[in-house]
Design a protein around this ligand. Sequence first.
Ligand code: GLA
Length: 348
Amino acid sequence: MTTPPERAAAFGPGRVNLIGEHTDYNGGLALPFAISDGVTVRAQRLSDPHVQAAATDLGERDEFPLHEPPAAEGWRAFVRGAVAELQRDGVELPGARIEISGTVPRGGGLSSSAAMEVALALALVALAGAPEPDRVALARMCSRVETRWVGAQTGLLDQLASLCGREHHALRIDFRSLEVTPVSLQLGGHHLVTLDSGEQHAHAGSGYNQRRRECEEACRRLGLDSLSEASVREARTLPAPLAQRTEHVISENGRVEEAVAALAGEDLPRLGELLNASHASLRDHYEISTPAVEEAVARLRAAGAIGARIIGGGFGGNVLGLLPGDAAAPGGAIEVRPGPGAHLLSSA
Ligand code: GLA
């Protein structure tokens, strides 16, 4: 075994989900891509068994024992969770000083949480001198940080997008098999932008967990393991709002397949229609939009977007717009393109 390093650093990107929302925890399909903004974690070995962490952008610090860290709130829950869950998976971590900094807005629907979990995991595994687990196993570990330590019952979308991202590509993810297939993202002169609705969200406290419970209840009533197995006929036997939630999942899976076909055929108008249909379903059937989100979508459409929709968990955050090359994006919009997935940084 090689000598473990004194320092290690890693970058985890945020993500934009092109289409396929609230399908991950329903065994369905999604088409996200990693973006160039993300979180950087720098870790340095300490000789005693404790962890000192600093969130540079917030000017906050934390300190806790390496073994069995106690629970905490906010960003501290992510760090303590990553340290605990990696050890639970058998990674022998040393004491460490950790510095976290990032460029993804928090609570903006661009997956700042997964970016942080993923960067923490890669940097700490490298600092331990342990072999890197496969990326699906790492995504599962990061997801446990959210479910056990942060209290957000999220799926694997964000972690897989961050860990498996590829330049110039979106990722078709099948959450039943966890198969990840890169799909070339050629936009034929169009561009994708995100626009902040100005409303922050936190999955643990929003309607996200409630949506998840509703889907579980719908599955239970239909006797299915996942809602993606339901038919439209079965969905219609359910009471409101379970019928609407199920219809969203079924139709959204179909839109992901159609979006992959539209991209292959360079049919951008069709892709725009699919983004609009996804938004309508998330607003009317899944009921995760808000007035601020609707206003941001309307601003994108007024600027000429051929497709615009809410992205991520919902109840605020950023919206996504697909604009023709000659359309000027509204003020505050930021262009997004697929960047590389999470990686170690050589200059630790
Ligand atoms: C959040 C969650 C993901 C996924 C999306 C909705 O981003 O973290 O797991 O459920 O919402 O598609």
